[in-house]
Design a protein around this ligand. Structure first.
Ligand SMILES: NC(=O)c1ccc[n+]([C@@H]2O[C@H](COP(=O)([O-])OP(=O)(O)OC[C@H]3O[C@@H](n4cnc5c(N)ncnc54)[C@H](OP(=O)(O)O)[C@@H]3O)[C@@H](O)[C@H]2O)c1
Length: 266
């Protein structure tokens, strides 16, 4: 089921920063309509100005929404069912580095709501129309953290395991309906993510590593995977190799390995 993204109408959650903003930039010259979702309206307006200046024919709608709030998410879902959306990018996400027992309960709730629940609600809302039109694509931004149980980011990694599993199942359910579903599973990417996820005691300087991949490359890999109908994509060769090894290991070895590498993933 291949999907040509030319003239698509896409909704991008978490478009005010990082990978989501980059999706918007890369799609702007090809899409007909972009619906940008996040809490920071000023950021979304700046982005709209930038995108429309370069692509005057592009229509950009802003939907300021707090996806950790179920009522707001449901309202957004209802609004989106009235728009001709054929490409849903569930990208918004938050993390939290540190032991689960000391995590802020509100932040724990936010991770589950934004990373897993909002993505599920939006998928449920938009899928029927895509199926009826026999055309549509869903790109769920998961994480390589979803492949492993990860002490230090336990709840975050578990939400991403949900995203990857959910994406595979929805893909299988919609195989005959003209829909493509892809889970994008990046390793570390320099965005605002770590600044927000790191608690005060874990704040540290930005570091580069072999497994870091540039935000432009991550977004490109996601869009290409949709156009090639790939079920799952891990951007960057180093991360691909690392995850191929990790995914082949039995859980007994993973228990040991996750203890060793607990501090450095998202
Ligand atoms: N960066 C990494 O190393 C990395 C690695 C693997 C996977 N990922 C995944 O990639 C996705 C994008 O992350 P990023 O790296 O681009 O992070 P980022 O720069 O922090 O951007 C996160 C985006 O999510 C939005 N968001 C967060 N909470 C929200 C809420 N309650 N309601 C609505 N929008 C919300 C933010 O917008 P507002 O704050 O304006 O609401 C922002 O636009 C996430 O799903 C993340 O888990 C990131």
């Amino acid at each position: 089921m291949t999907m040509n993204l030319d003239n698509c109408s896409a909704v991008i959650t978490g478009a005010s920063a990082g990978i989501g903003r980059e999706f918007a930039r890369q799609l702007a010259s090809r899409a007909k309509l972009l619906v940008l979702v996040a809490r920071r309206r000023d950021r979304l307006e700046q982005l709209r100005t930038e995108l429309v200046a370069r692509n005057p024919a592009l229509l950009v709608n802003i939907r300021q929404t707090d996806l950790s709030n179920l009522e707001q998410t449901m309202q957004l879902a209802a609004l989106l069912t009235n728009e001709p959306i054929d490409f849903l990018i569930n990208n918004a996400g938050v993390g939290d580095h540190g032991s689960f027992a000391t995590a802020d309960p509100i932040h724990v709730n936010e991770q589950v709501q934004v990373n897993a629940l909002a993505l599920t609600v939006l998928t449920r809302a938009l899928l029927p129309r895509m199926i009826a039109q026999k055309r549509g694509a869903i790109l769920n931004v998961s994480s390589s953290a979803g492949f492993l149980p990860l002490p230090g980011i336990a709840a975050y990694a578990a939400t991403k395991a949900y995203v990857t599993s959910f994406s595979e199942a929805i893909r299988a359910e919609t195989r005959d309906c003209g829909i493509t579903v892809t889970a994008l599973c990046p390793g570390p990417v320099h965005t605002e993510f770590d600044e927000i996820a790191n608690r005060q005691e874990h704040r540290r300087k930005r570091r580069n590593s072999l497994v870091h991949v540039a935000v432009e490359k991550v977004a490109r890999a996601g869009l290409e995977a949709i156009e090639r109908d790939k079920p799952l994509v891990i951007p960057g060769i180093a991360m691909k190799i690392a995850m191929a090894i990790a995914r082949a290991l039995p859980l007994s070895l993973l228990r040991v390995a996750s203890g060793i590498v607990k501090d450095d993933r998202n």
